[in-house]
Design a protein around this ligand. Sequence first.
Ligand code: TXA
Ligand code: MG
Length: 354
Amino acid sequence: DTRYIKVNPAHPEAEAVREAGLILRGGGLVAFPTETVYGLGANALDGKAVARIFEAKGRPSDNPLIVHVAAAEEVGALVRGISDRARLLMEIFWPGPLTLVLPAGKAVPAGVTAGLDTVAVRMPDHPVAAALIRAAGVPVAAPSANISGRPSPTTAEHVLQDLNGRIEAILDGGPAGLGVESTVLDVTVPVPLILRPGGVTPEELREVLGTVEVDPSAAAGLGKAAGRYRSPGMKYIHYAPRAPLVLIEGRPDAVAAKIRELAGEQQAAGRRVGILTYADSGDFSSAGVVVLAGQRGKPETVAAGLYAALRRFDELGVDLILAEGVEEGGVGLAVMNRLRKAAGGRILRVTEQG
Ligand code: TXA
Ligand code: MG
């Protein structure tokens, strides 16, 4: 069974952290909160422990993991050199939701990098994550702590829904902060490239770096159609609730009209329709079962509520979900990337009203 250990999120109890650290050192799996989502940790230098992550999540073995450190000084042992640019980014954004893709060092097992010659590294900004990594005394490989394909967990309860009995322990430090994952930035290429939009926005990165590109498949949240992938994780369907999700994008008034029209048709056909919308959008309660994910005018609130909202539809047992898109500014880009991936290609762009 999975050991459930409650900890104080701001000041985690030393005994609890020590115990979890020992489990990691011994090759076990421990789920823990970060400032983005919950992670599923293993000793990043232990190939066998890392293999157990893939098994527990049902994760395809060609999708590499992020290595988590408690201090920037720990990165040297994991990589073949740190460029001035990478160092600057660490100084400015660490600890925080920025993952850097760097040339991989020899110490990193192939299971972590999925055989690539790069390794993704980040320093999380959460007292529990930091304390756990220090207690383990090793870098910690950690994907999001969900079954592969499901929405990432933002609470310990979400983790247990997916992984209870499959992992040694979970540290419950309350809800994770941002609600969407870290930004994955490739700094091994001439122009830094965002492989996955996340907590640190393109705008923030551009202030520091000047030019930053966004991988087209990352922006569009495309599946297989995108062809070649720099970040293997981008090609899989992800974040998906059980019921099919249709994403409707475009001008808010046109989107609202389309949702009402589609919901009406579906209800008439006897289907239970779920509607993913926002507190500052229209009232859709007559059109279906409404779940709110924050306020569309404040993308941070949508990020914080998105995954819980997607999981909520599973509990409500809807047959179909109609989801309203949001603006792509700031963390809105990460939100739209996740919604497009959850839709798995079922995306409608409406242009005119009605
Ligand atoms: O916020 C986060 O990043 C969370 C928390 C737990 O830290 N972790 C997370 O891990 O989201 P995961 O495994 O769910 O997503 C890692 C992403 C995947 O899209 C993967 O393909 C990409 O990072 N990635 C990992 N190593 C890479 C590499 N060497 N090159 C390119 N992409 C890489
Ligand atoms: Mg994930």
